[in-house]
Design a protein around this ligand. Structure first.
Ligand code: ATP
Length: 364
């Protein structure tokens, strides 16, 4: 196991495509770090730079304080699992798991003990060891390739979208196997994913990327509850954070948030009172599940009309219109029974609101 550090790393393809831009990241020893972001944001390139499949144009890469920027992949000592499972079809399950250990000339009795341990970690029954891999389902193939990858102690384990072709039920199971073995052995693990739910459940830390840049690097909880900017707020969540362009205005000596046709909040949230001291434009952010709703008029509730209502499991997702043109997603319990066309009232609780700079869109 090892700590991985990227220091101001930059990768440009064909002289013009900046895939990774001034990336600095420390992946702590024994933690799972997810690289998350939309297609083309540079996740795969970052992973390939860590693995040594690509050379950095600028910056340095370290494994446990040893600079490895120019080292080839085989010196970096990692295992990798890809989106499409790599297994040897003509070999048995046992041989598939044992192969990397044979390459390292591990003693046969030790190989058997390791195969037994890693099989058990991935729920592979000893009775199936003799079977050929060719007939396995895609999720069992991925399970086998995970067992193959985790059979050897490495500095690092890289999982490149390993669950994107797996059915949802098996995905939950495989995710749990990975989390359990990582927690038991304290492996350092880099997980490349498009899926925010996988990143949120599996990671100790998430690196959210956009256009080659690292936008935020923090725990899943912090990324979700305190996004560094509007993009992160929007990207995480289902659906993401709502944003309302507001003006901070002064009335009777007090600043309040004016949403145009409605008062979003009759005073600056307590957490921002030292940051915002005068009139200015601002973006208010709030998550759909944190908006309160009422079917009757109440003080500090904003009247709106429901334009869209869709059940989402135990919740109802509403899209409501505030004033002339502000649309907002709201998640309420299914029993709320709101339908399209209903007049409802929303409240934006002061302690749930985040404020962002109207130009940079960074959190204030
Ligand atoms: P995806 O989720 O779609 O795989 P990603 O976040 O992993 O995307 P990368 O594959 O790292 O993003 O790509 C980052 C940028 O670099 C994109 O604009 C991509 O088109 C470009 N790129 C990636 N590999 C190459 C390459 N070999 N040659 C030229 N451009 C490349």
């Amino acid at each position: 196991m090892a700590k991985i550090v990227l220091e101001n790393v930059r990768k440009v393809y064909n002289g013009t495509v900046v895939a990774v831009d001034d990336m600095s990241l420390e992946i702590p020893d024994g933690e799972i770090v997810s690289l998350l972001g939309p297609s083309g944001c540079g996740k795969t390139t970052t992973m390939r730079l860590i693995a040594g499949f690509e050379d950095a144009d600028e910056g340095k890469i370290y494994i446990d304080d040893q600079e490895v920027t120019t080292w080839p992949p085989n010196r970096r000592n990692f295992s990798m699992v890809f989106q499409f499972p790599v297994v040897y079809d003509t070999m048995t399950l046992y041989e598939n798991i044992a192969t990397p250990l044979r390459t390292l000339k591990t003693d046969e009795s030790r190989i058997r003990a390791i195969v037994r341990e890693v099989s058990s970690s991935f729920g592979i029954d000893e009775d199936s060891w003799h079977k050929k891999a060719a007939k396995l389902s895609i999720s069992d193939r991925q399970r086998l390739s995970l067992a193959h990858a985790f059979a050897v102690e490495r500095n690092l384990y890289i999982l490149d979208e390993p669950f994107s072709n797996i059915d949802p039920k098996s995905r939950v199971r495989l995710t749990k196997y990975v989390r359990d073995i990582q927690q038991k052995k304290r492996h350092t693990l880099v997980f490349v994913t498009h899926s925010q739910s996988e990143a949120l459940t599996l990671s100790d830390k998430i690196a959210v990327m956009k256009e080659g840049k690292l936008l935020q690097y923090d725990s899943p909880d912090a990324i979700y509850s305190k996004p560094a900017n509007t993009f992160v707020g929007w990207f995480l969540g289902n659906p993401g954070m709502n944003f309302i362009h507001c003006s901070c205005r002064q009335k009777n000596g007090r600043l309040y948030l004016d949403g145009g046709a409605f008062v979003a909040l009759d005073r600056i949230p307590a957490a921002y009172q030292k940051v915002i001291t005068g009139e200015r434009a601002i973006i208010l952010g709030i998550r759909p599940e944190q908006v309160e709703i009422s079917q009757t008029a109440k003080e500090a509730f904003i009247p709106c009309v429901c334009h869209f209502a869709e059940p989402l499991g135990s919740r109802l997702l509403l899209n409501v219109k505030l004033g002339q043109d502000v649309m907002m997603n709201v998640k309420v319990p299914l029993e709320a029974g709101v339908s399209v066309g209903d007049k409802v009232y929303v409240h934006l609780p002061e302690d749930r609101i985040m404020l962002f700079d109207d130009k940079t869109e960074e959190a204030l």
